[in-house]
Design a protein around this ligand. Structure first.
Ligand code: CDP
Length: 194
């Protein structure tokens, strides 16, 4: 049985960093599922048709990390048919040997409800905005407003809202270094590897 790790949480909470570190450490596959929605939003046009015909090259666009691409992503991510079109790909990705780490909003709740480990990563608004603004070279105040708007939309949508799975472990990275957060995640993996 492949070892599947689900990592969810609000925008720029540190999910991606932890997911990449775990994947590297264990030789697992990693999927940043937010990129799928960013790619659909960035292409424009009929979002459902775009989601159904998404190809790997669409994930390579250089502009997908911007605040604007994040907003476009969260708008198309609220469309049930868009989400549905991306489910199969994510579920197949999740069961690859020897393991897979997926990060997003609904991995532990919808995509991989049977994941061996579920983490729900959070951090204060101010810290998230500071980290993301530094990462993409954007204005911190503008980034804070964009993150809050996205979190509100992601949490209030009808289909697969941002939500911690009941059996998820919450990791508050506000006052943690990357190494500290990764060490806790690694300890949780080790506790389940037997
Ligand atoms: O990196 P960050 O946390 O800022 O965002 P992301 O993971 O790239 O996701 C961008 C947007 O895609 C989110 O605001 C969600 O609206 C949407 N998304 C989603 O609905 N479900 C997922 N599994 C991943 C992302």
């Amino acid at each position: 049985m492949p070892f599947t790790i689900a990592i969810d949480g609000p925008a720029a909470s540190g999910k991606g960093t932890i997911a990449r570190a775990l994947a590297r450490r264990y030789g697992f596959h990693h999927l940043d599922t937010g990129l799928l929605y960013r790619a659909v939003g960035a292409k424009g046009g009929d979002a459902v048709a775009v989601a159904r015909s998404l190809v790997p090259a669409d994930l390579e666009r250089p502009d997908l990390r911007s605040n604007e691409a994040g907003q476009a992503a969260s708008r198309v991510a609220a469309i049930p048919e868009v989400r549905q079109a991306l489910v199969e790909f994510q579920r197949r990705f999740a069961v690859q040997e020897p393991g897979a780490v997926l990060d997003g909003r609904d991995i532990g709740t919808v995509i991989c409800p049977d994941a061996r480990l579920k983490l729900y990563v959070i951090a204060s608004d101010a810290v998230r905005a500071r980290r993301r603004a530094a990462e993409i070279g954007a204005d911190p105040a503008e980034t804070l407003a964009a993150l809050r708007e996205r979190d509100a939309r992601d949490s209030s949508r009808q289909t697969a809202p941002l939500l911690a799975a009941e059996d998820a472990i919450t990791l508050d990275t506000t006052d943690m270094t990357i190494d500290e957060a990764v060490a806790i995640a690694v300890a949780e993996v080790e506790a389940r590897r037997g």
